[in-house]
Design a protein around this ligand. Structure first.
Ligand code: SF4
Length: 447
């Protein structure tokens, strides 16, 4: 047993859901007395919390691990731990591939890391158990800018999208209780958090597995009563029309704290491709849903994610997708080339699209979106808007912030002229638009 608790550095890769797991790991380590550092050269223990849902993410995880294996070889850290989706997905084979790594911890065991650090023993992999789902009593150390926090409302996914590895890595869908989530929100608000970003693999299915009337709408009703919060944002809302009830949309439209913003990952619009993807909505249903959302919440900002180059996607089907993007004019859009993933049904589908065609389709689609995004921002020039000041600006501007229709990390920023304390809310007049960012001048600091 070691006397002094070792200093730990955790490198977090992947999505906000994985980031919350990292923050919980830091909270548990700190509770056990481990000093924490963001500087790996000052750490005795290095943890790489990995993502592995597609090849590129797996590649990034491996490259990061190799970087810290060099650290270990140079004796600059005692223990190297790899946690998260990579060990959960690939299991014990990693022990042979990466022998210098001391521990491989899956998504069901990261809460045990403080105990495993001080344990001596031969076993290297802890991969069993379903993904650990924290609650309001679990210690957590935020790593996001001080006013913003991700709130994981559920873990896993029970859908069967044919291209997706998540259900196999993270297990079936499990919701937290409204009580636990609201309690955590209250704790975060006391800590000074003003923006809560609700995340799960699919936020619209929230509560269904509890079979007790728990729902996203009831959760929002609980969260808007939490004092001190200013923005509550919904990400990863699966586009299933029946989930978007009239009363849920009314709540989003009427509750000031609920951002007039929705992230709706659609993936495609062509019926045949949606069927091959195993998506449960048809193109017509999705179009009607978008119309219903925009009619119920005028001015709502919509974000989506699309996949190009899915096996069998013909030029005509890609044109259908392109036309949909041109017509729908999403405020924000992320597009990805289809990535064939081992263990997914889609990898066995016929008619793979050549890489260069995927590239070309991605480029064409993002060119269209760039114009749409620029036009949307151009509409805001001259307007006075509420901006959350988050950090220092670029060369010509002093500060950087976000408006309500910009989610953290994915939707661009507002670069501001003027002075205001970090973490304050200001009213700023928008002065210039770029395709993915805005410029503004601070008019006044808001209470
Ligand atoms: S909804 Fe589909 S794409 Fe999203 S995590 Fe679940 S299986 Fe994957």
């Amino acid at each position: 047993m070691r006397a002094m608790k070792e200093t730990v550095c955790l490198i977090s890769l992947g999505c906000p859901k994985n980031l919350v797991d990292s923050e919980v790991t830091l909270g548990l380590l700190s509770k056990e007395g481990h000093p924490l550092t963001t500087d790996p050269s000052r750490a005795e223990v290095i943890i790489v919390n990995t993502c592995s849902f597609i090849k590129d993410a797996t590649q990034e995880a491996i490259e990061t691990i190799l970087q810290y294996i060099r650290f270990k070889r140079e004796g600059r850290c005692r223990l190297l731990i790899v946690s998260g989706c990579l060990p959960q997905r690939y299991g014990k084979v990693l022990e042979k591939e990466l022998p210098e790594v001391d521990l491989f911890i899956g998504t069901g065991s990261f809460q045990k890391i403080p105990q495993l650090i001080s344990r001596e023993g031969k076993r290297k992999s802890y991969l069993s158990g379903r993904t650990f789902l924290y609650n309001d009593k679990t210690p957590r150390i935020l790593s996001t800018p001080p006013l913003t926090a991700y709130l994981k409302i559920a873990e896993g996914c029970s859908r069967t999208c044919t291209f997706c590895t998540v259900p196999r890595i993270r297990g079936p869908y499990r919701s937290r209780t409204i009580h636990s989530i609201v309690k955590e929100a209250e704790r975060l608000a006391v800590q000074g958090v003003k923006e809560l970003v609700l995340i799960a693999q699919d936020t619209t299915t929230y509560g269904e597995d509890l079979r007790d009337g728990t729902s996203l709408e009831r959760l929002l009703k609980g969260l808007v009563r939490v004092e001190g919060l200013r923005w509550i944002r919904i990400l990863y809302a699966y586009p299933k029309p029946v989930r978007f009830t009239k009363t849920l949309l009314q709540l989003i439209g009427q509750e000031e704290k609920v951002c007039s913003y929705l992230d709706l990952p659609i993936q495609h619009i062509d019926d045949a491709i949606l069927r091959r993807m195993g998506r449960r909505s048809k193109g017509r249903e999705i179009l009607d849903l978008i119309r219903k959302i925009r009619a119920s919440v005028p001015g709502i900002a919509l974000r989506t994610s699309l996949i190009v180059g899915f096996p069998g996607e013909s030029e005509r089907q890609f044109k259908t997708l392109l036309h949909f993007v041109e017509e729908t004019r999403f405020d924000h859009l992320g597009a990805f080339k289809y990535s064939p993933e081992e263990g997914t049904p889609a990898i066995r589908l016929s008619n793979p699209v050549p890489e260069e065609v995927k590239e070309e389709r991605l480029r064409t689609l993002m060119e269209v979106q760039k114009r749409i995004s620029h036009d949307a921002y151009q509409q805001l020039v001259g307007k006075k808007m509420e901006v959350l000041v988050e950090g220092a600006g670029s060369r010509k501007t002093t500060l950087r912030g976000r408006i309500q229709t910009q989610a953290p990390e994915i939707d661009g920023n507002v670069f501001l002229k003027g002075t205001a304390p970090l973490g304050s809310w200001v009213e700023a007049r928008m002065t210039r638009a770029l395709p993915y960012d805005l410029f503004g001048e601070i008019q006044k600091i808001l209470p």
